[in-house]
Design a protein around this ligand. Sequence first.
Ligand SMILES: [Zn+2]
Length: 576
Amino acid sequence: MPASSRCRRPALSRWLSTTIALPLLAVALSAHADVLVDNVIGLTPDGKGGLERFTGLLIDDQGNISAVYHDKEKRPKKVAYKVDGKGRYVVPGMIDAHVHIMDTGFAKMTLDLSGARSLEEALVQVRAYVQAHPDRSWIEGNGWNQANWGLDRMPTAAELDRVTGGKPAYLSRVDGHAAWVNSAALAAAGVTDSTADPAGGRIERAAGSRRPAGVLVDAAQDLVAAKVPQPRPSDRDTAFGEAQLEFLKQGVTALADMGTTIQDWQAYRRAGDAGNLRVRIVSYARGTDDMALIGGSGPGGWLYGDRLKIQGVKLYLDGALGSRGAWLKAPYADAPETSGLPRMNETQLGNLMSRAAIDNFQVAVHAIGDKANETVLDTIDQLSQTYKGDRRWRIEHAQVVAPADVVRFGQHGIVASMQPQHEASDRTMAEARLGPARLAGAYAWKSIAATGAPLAFGSDTPVEPPAPFVGLAVAISRQGADGQPVGGWQPQEKLTLGQALAAYTSGAAYAMFAEDRLGRLARGMKADFLFVDRDVATATPEALRQTKVVETWINGQQAWSAARGVAKPLTSGKAR
Ligand SMILES: [Zn+2]
């Protein structure tokens, strides 16, 4: 651990000369100093690619860090409030670079099928949910994954009909790229034998016929989703509260919301107005229409004391591997009739990216298959000739990249926004979908980082739990919770703890244009940090995965603790 031996100066108010002797400084500081968090074993990225230890933080009344202390360095005598860390471990607040906030909240309010281990178990859970919620006009759920059911096919509408009592049902697959629906839902949406597959989507058909079988892939989901009743604003507020609580518990203090709609944005604004916005949200609008509705003529500044800003737009170029929606250069190894589903062509992508870039919105493009990644890279090549300056083009997932294309991530300031947990969950499925030859560029964190592209890590929750310490464990081990495979999957792509922690903190902050205030515990940065129950720098992957967050602090205030839950804000969101 390259703990810095350099002596850090205590904070300086701007008007103070740097030549004033130290004892004088301590006195001068006390007027500004607010909270001293002392006697901790702290760890933070140092901003130069390494990690640094510290033992105390001084936080001013704006929630900024005004000094970072090492072992014997002098602390100010007078502070408004002192927190004795009692030798506990402190790390920066984790930043999740890719989440779906409202989906995470709604997933907590609807039927969760992620625990079902067979089709029969899933059907039993649906039946119980239908009986427990007689008031619901539609049955909504999520989290199913037929790959965990020992099924080599998708579930069907007929199977769902047996347990839904005639009510329409819409159940999202775990990756959000397919929906399992029943006959009542298909009828409500008028989806029949004569309905054509929409562009960028596929209606699964019963073998040897055109009869919709009950699963809708990618854009085809919208056929039925459009008929599901819209949640009310109060439902959205509840969902936001559920999601925010989950982030606080997991130690996530800032996040990039991938696909914010105007209704989502209004929910975040209502939370901010009421002083209930605790985590920091950087929004990437769901398409250019919502981008313009939310941001108007360009990305806005921070609102509610650096709690909320609109930064850019999220675009989808393809789907996911699990539902074979990811756009590949060559056919799927386990379905040679398809190479996936592009959601748009290169011209359309270029037009949408231009539309955003012309108003200086940051562009984040979902690209999972190697053909999708190549297409985004080509488009960035072209657009970079017109749109100069610090653009930080984001490629979301970058899951399967042709080895020849990997090097291109180092160009044009591209940010690779990747999700370690996907690797552990997907590896067996990815082997089946891709065959052995394409695995070299799959979930290739280290190779992509080696090109100089900044890495930003996230969870893609609700696809995976927003659990950064699980993600860190996977990032350094390439193993799942079961410790498999021994030695790690494609182990040449393992990262060091320093690289992985940076991707969840300073790298994620950089990816959202927030590295000037978030992602490190250093002077001038926001005091967003966690007390955790172990030393993450020295933990084994298994121990790292078990890390418990004890307290979550945001802007120099305790926002959540394991003992007491969500803390009351000391000041309203408006004031800070
Ligand atoms: Zn996502």
